[in-house]
Design a protein around this ligand. Structure first.
Ligand SMILES: [Ca+2]
Length: 340
């Protein structure tokens, strides 16, 4: 347990680091106090104080936070996730859990390949769920990392609440360096809000119960507005004069897109909300694409456009690999259309 004095000196150091990154101190929201966190989460202040006392500062986590994967160019990031082994394991995961995945699609509207791709990118289908103490991770980022304290201190309180609900020993739960949990790497707030008991055994367990993990990822997507049967992402040809459209982010529709001379293989609806993305390729060129609302929903899982594209591409490879397996087994495949 670090003393307050140590924490304050680290805070001052990080404060200076934030300023050197060009962020003004005012742009960093103030971290809530323990009493505010108690009021926010419904967990008693004493319980939060005990949880803080049981936590250990992990400076390595702060170093990792400052150089995330998402700062890489697309072509490097892609190589981390779009690999033959991750695709093949994804197809196997799909075949092995086909009935559960199909039930998730029927009940919650989210396609199997998207659920597989999320679990594949997050934890390689449950193999790497993280080895950090979640308590230490959330304490470190929630109370010793000013740029994100406002967010992570709330997740710290949510974790204490979740551990109480699930009867977990606070110090024994393992996850990512950012405190994400289980096969789909849910933050504690998402675990509280979206994790479901999808196999009906009366417990919600995203660590060992694959059916719960599958249903919960689908439930998260449904809860964030996944549009069943709709498209996700389309490659686009973008003339120079239309490149600035990407700065409109999600305030763009098909009419403006095509009006500026952009073309896509499939015609998107003129009134549909969309966003233009550009990705850096290894040869120095760029690849453009249009994300629809479903792409936006993937970005609710992780806000990086690199992440969303990696999940989308992996999902397509898994979908194709799965269909090939079915065909090899002699099944007749009916094409499943998506409304663009
Ligand atoms: Ca269960």
């Amino acid at each position: 347990m670090m003393t307050t004095k140590h924490r304050l000196s680290l805070r001052t150091f990080l404060g200076a680091a934030v300023l050197s990154l060009g962020l003004s101190a005012a742009s960093v929201p103030a971290a809530p106090s323990l009493s505010e966190l108690a009021a926010y989460s419904g967990v008693s202040e004493q319980m939060l104080r005990d949880a803080v006392a049981a936590s250990t500062l992990q400076p390595t986590i702060i170093k990792t936070m400052t150089r995330p994967y998402e700062s890489k160019p697309w072509w490097q990031y892609r190589k981390l996730f779009i690999t033959t082994s991750r695709i093949d394991a994804g197809v196997q995961f799909y075949l092995q859990h086909e009935a559960t995945l199909q039930r998730a699609e029927r009940d919650l509207g989210v396609p199997p390949e998207i659920i597989c791709a999320i679990i594949g990118v997050e934890t390689f289908y449950g193999r790497n769920m993280g080895t950090w103490s979640v308590l230490d991770a959330l304490y470190t980022l929630g109370f010793n990392y000013p740029p994100r304290e406002s967010y992570f201190s709330k997740e710290f309180a949510n974790f204490v609440k979740l551990a109480q609900r699930e009867n977990w020993v606070l110090t024994s739960v393992k996850g990512s360096y950012a405190g994400a949990l289980g096969m789909g790497q849910f933050m504690p707030s998402s675990y509280l809000d979206y994790a479901i008991d999808f196999d009906g055994d009366g417990k919600v367990n995203l660590f060992t119960d694959i059916e719960d993990a599958i249903g919960s990822v689908a439930n998260y997507f449904k809860g964030h507005g996944w549009q069943s049967g709709h498209g996700i992402y389309y490659p686009a040809l973008v003339p120079d004069q239309a490149a600035a459209l990407k700065d409109k982010e999600w305030n763009l529709n098909g009419r403006e897109l095509y009006g500026a001379g952009v073309s896509t293989k499939v015609n998107l609806h003129p009134d549909e909300k969309m966003r233009l993305f550009v990705y850096d390729l290894e040869d120095g060129s760029q690849s453009w694409g249009v994300g629809l609302e479903n792409f936006h929903v993937i970005m609710r899982y992780n806000k990086s456009p690199l992440y969303a594209r990696a999940v989308y591409e992996l999902s397509e490879f898994i979908r194709i690999g799965y269909l090939q397996q079915l065909k090899a087994q002699g099944h007749v495949i009916a094409p499943k259309g998506r409304i663009p």
